[in-house]
Ligand binder design. Structure first.
Ligand code: GLV
Ligand code: MN
Ligand code: MN
Length: 423
C-alpha cells in the first residue's frame, strides 16, 4: 500500500462502461423518446437484477457487503484504523418508470469507481470507506421518496416503511422478504464520519453557464399529497349542470390554482406538479365519479412551503363547496429544506479548483439520499451538468463521459481527504 497521491485520476472509460452495463438492466424501448430508457422500480425483479450486478462488482473490488433491515446495501473498504467511523459514499439504482441511465447510478457507480481507483493505485486510507445503495429513493412505487435513506437516518420508522404499499397492494416488507433483502445491519445506522454523493444535476443551470461542477448548497423542501376526489357519476348528455358533482372538474380547478400560485410569486421559488391523474370510470360520456390526483410541491423556503400547503387546503374547501365533491387529502411525503455544512461545500469547491474545474453553488431541485443522511453526519453533494436543458426522469437524460468523470474525480479526491482525516 502506498500513500495518497493527488495526481491520480479515475478510469473514465471504465466508469462509462459500468453506467452502460447497468443501464441495460431493466432497459425498454421508449417510443416517444425514440430511445432506450430504463425501468427499474424499487424492489422489482429488475431492481434485484441491478443490485446483483452492482453487488458483484463491489465484491470483485474487494468490498465486504452487508445489508440493513430496509435493504440498503453497504460495501466496505477497510481503513488502517478500521474501528473509526467510515466515509460513506452513496446514492440509488432504483429508477422511475421512464428513466435514463444517470440519476442515482452515477453516484453508486462513481463511488465504485473511487474504490476501484484507490485499489489500482494501492492507496490506503485511515478510515474505512463504505459505498451505499439506498432502497426506493425515487418513491414512485411505494409513494414516498428517499425511503431507504430515511429509515437509515431514523426519520421514518422501519415498521412504517415496511407497511407502505404499491398501487397493487404489495408492501415494502413483502418485497424485502421475497428478495431476501432484510439484512443484519440495524437501523438507524451508526453515524458515518461524513457522506458524499455525486449526481447528475437534472436541471439546466450548470450546462447553460458552462460550469463543470455544481457545489450543492442543499436540497429544497418537498411535499407530496394524494387527493382522492369523490363526486357522482352521471350521463354526459342528460345530466344538467346543476345536478353534476364532477370529480374531474374539481381536479382541473385544483391543478389550475396550483399553477396560479406558482406564477403569482407569492410563495418564493415554488414549483407544483400534478403528475398522476386517474379518473373513474374514465369514459367519454360519463361525468367522472372519482378522480385521484397527486400533488408534488417544491420550495427552497420551508415557511413558504407551509403557507402554500395551508392555502391549497383552504382552496380545496372552496372547490368542495363550488362543485359538490368531497376531497380526502393524504400527505405521502414531506421533507424540509436541507442545507449542507459549509465545510463540505468548501471541500467540494476546493477539489474542483485543484483539478482545474470551474464550479458554482446550486441548490438541488430534486430530492436526494444526501438530504436524509445529513441528519447523521456532515453531508455534501457534487453535481455534474446534464444536456438538453437538464432533462431527467426521461430516457433523454444525458451527461457526457467527460462530465461524469469530472464529478467522480472530485468525489475521489474529496472522499480520500475525508478518509485520511483522523478526527
Ligand atoms: C426524486 O428524484 C425526486 O426529486 O422526485
Ligand atoms: Mn436521484
Ligand atoms: Mn430521480
Amino acid at each position: 500500500m502506498s500513500t495518497y497521491d493527488s495526481s491520480i485520476r479515475i478510469d473514465s472509460g471504465r466508469l462509462w462502461r459500468s453506467l452502460g452495463e447497468l443501464g441495460e438492466v431493466g432497459a425498454y424501448f421508449d417510443a416517444d423518446a425514440d430511445l432506450r430508457g430504463v425501468r427499474r422500480l424499487a424492489l422489482t425483479d429488475a431492481d434485484l437484477a441491478g443490485r446483483e450486478l452492482v453487488v458483484g462488482w463491489m465484491r470483485a473490488a474487494g468490498l465486504t457487503v452487508t445489508t440493513d433491515r430496509i435493504g440498503n446495501v453497504y460495501g466496505r473498504r477497510a481503513g488502517v484504523d478500521d474501528t473509526s467511523a467510515p466515509v460513506l459514499i452513496g446514492s440509488h439504482i432504483d429508477t422511475v418508470a421512464t428513466a435514463g441511465r444517470f440519476d442515482g447510478c452515477l453516484g453508486v457507480l462513481g463511488g465504485l469507481e473511487v474504490v476501484r481507483t484507490l485499489n489500482d493505485h494501492g492507496v490506503s486510507t485511515t478510515r474505512p470507506i463504505e459505498l451505499a445503495i439506498f432502497t426506493e429513493e425515487e418513491g414512485v412505487r411505494f409513494g414516498t421518496d428517499m425511503l431507504g435513506s430515511a429509515v437509515a437516518a431514523g426519520r421514518i420508522e422501519l415498521d412504517r416503511a415496511r407497511e407502505r404499499s404499491d398501487p397493487d397492494g404489495v408492501t415494502v416488507g413483502a418485497e424485502l422478504d421475497r428478495h431476501g433483502l432484510v439484512g443484519e445491519v440495524a437501523v438507524p445506522i451508526r453515524p458515518p464520519f461524513a457522506y458524499l454523493e455525486c449526481h447528475i444535476e437534472q436541471g439546466p443551470i450548470l450546462a447553460a453557464a458552462g460550469t463543470r461542477i455544481g457545489v450543492v448548497r442543499g436540497v429544497q423542501a418537498i411535499t407530496w399529497l394524494e387527493l382522492q376526489i369523490s363526486g357522482r357519476a352521471a350521463h354526459a348528455g342528460t345530466t344538467p349542470q346543476r345536478l353534476r358533482r364532477n370529480a374531474g372538474l374539481a381536479a382541473a380547478l385544483i391543478t389550475v390554482r396550483l399553477n396560479e400560485m406558482v406564477e403569482s410569486g407569492a410563495y418564493g421559488q415554488m414549483l407544483a406538479t400534478v403528475g398522476r391523474q386517474v379518473n373513474y370510470p374514465n369514459l367519454i360520456n360519463i361525468v367522472p365519479e372519482r378522480t385521484l390526483i397527486t400533488v408534488d410541491l417544491r420550495n427552497h423556503d420551508g415557511a413558504a412551503m407551509r403557507r402554500a400547503e395551508d392555502d391549497l387546503t383552504a382552496y380545496i374547501a372552496e372547490v368542495e363547496e363550488r362543485t359538490g365533491v368531497t376531497v380526502a387529502a393524504r400527505t405521502t411525503a414531506r421533507t424540509p429544506p436541507v442545507v449542507f455544512p459549509q465545510g463540505m461545500r468548501d471541500l467540494v469547491e476546493k477539489h474542483a479548483a485543484n483539478l482545474g474545474m470551474s464550479s458554482d453553488q446550486v441548490t438541488s431541485g430534486a430530492g436526494h439520499d444526501a438530504g436524509e443522511i445529513a441528519a447523521l453526519c456532515p453531508a455534501g453533494m457534487i453535481f455534474v451538468p446534464g444536456l438538453y436543458d437538464g432533462i431527467s426522469h426521461n430516457p433523454r437524460e444525458y451527461s457526457t463521459p467527460e462530465a461524469c468523470a469530472d464529478g467522480v474525480n472530485v468525489l475521489l479526491h474529496a472522499v480520500t481527504e475525508l478518509a485520511c482525516t483522523a478526527r
